[in-house]
Design a protein. Sequence first.
Length: 474
Amino acid sequence: MRPLPTGKKPGLDRVLGRRDLILLFVVAVANLNLIPAVSASGPVTLWLWLLALSCFFWPQGAAVTELAQKWPGEGGIYLWAKRSFGEQHGFLAGWCYWLSNVVYLPTVVLSCVGVAVYIAGPKIQRLADSHAFTGIASLLIILFLLALNIRGLSLGKWINNLGALGTIGGAIIICLLAAITLHHHASALHPADLRTSFHDWRLLAAFGTICYSLIGLDLASIMGDEIRDPRRNLPISILLGGVIAGFIYFGTTLSMLIAMPQKEIGVLSGVLQAINVMSQSTGLTNVVAPLALLECIAILGTASAWFSGAARLPFVAGVDRYLPPIIGRVHPRYHTPYVSLILFAILSSLLIATSFLGVSVGEAFLTMLDLAVILQLAPSAYMFLALLKHTWAEGAVLNANKAYLTANAVSGLFTTFLGLIVAFIPSRQVNSIWIFEGKLIAACVIVFGAALFFYQRALRRELNPEVPCASYSP
């Protein structure tokens, strides 16, 4: 069967330099809002971090560095899977990647609201559990991100950069507070706790979230046509951004466990809870509000990075005629995929509105997070398979040997499949297990069913030329 026709992608402005890329990787990978969901599983997560960093994160960096040089351009994993395994696999990888971020964006926004209430004081903090307040505030944040990204990466990248600086600054201060807490002998973590065994099988659920939290080194490749000198700037940016993100994750998780017992960690505002506890034990109570503001900026940067990056996948697929061509339209003034961005915002907003049904705000967050884990790790499997096939079929593009790339591909692939399996295990913070599993399975069926529908629809149009198909128009 011959491939579907590929439309010409409209010109996009190259506005991302090396500094922008390093900060983009930091803000995309090091998401402080995921730390509480991981830390709540206890000290065992420190060992899981080390396992994931060595067996998943480093291989991811090797894969992205190699494949981005092999196939540069807009699309990232979508493009790599398409070139390696064909049209259908490319579409499925891109579809899952995009929808995983449609699901993930609400979790980031909900976290931002949960942290923001700490800026205004204890009276406002109670609103974090209100569905009405949280829902309205989340929708306003999404509208702000939409307007910002339609305006273009030339402006939007500054929110990403500020978010990265906020992430780095916030992580450093949190680690310093933890060090002062240890000095005052007020730690909730003791050396004996590090010998934690897997007596509770639900602890494994944290590993899928950890692997998911380390995804993001491929984000810039999705915006490949908007990077200045990608062959020169991408590899060093991936290395530096990845190292910084790895230290942030491990250091802040350790700090959370030093600050408070795992049973007291909240999934939405756990980082601020830990800061609150440590500031009181050290007498530095004035740092809570400024740190809350700093973390809000960091989380907004994360949301903006994924909003701008992931929204470009349906834009590429729209141009390639898998989805309705209107999705591939570019704004005549700002040169941004504005229809794709609007679609992304609408779907994320609807997801926030429906996720509260039958559960608390915290459980809605965890359900969306686990669904995002499943949908995001599936494209990661394609990435590592593409690296394996490329390495043995054609050899390396860069100065890496076959054994090195093969070891990274196999390690990443095994860890990805393990993360996919444990993502279906509900964490200990989930009370309504049947509702959780039902929503997760139903969502997966809908996602993969919709992918099959759109792809088959495109094939029917290709096989029946008399069926009218709208052409692209900017």
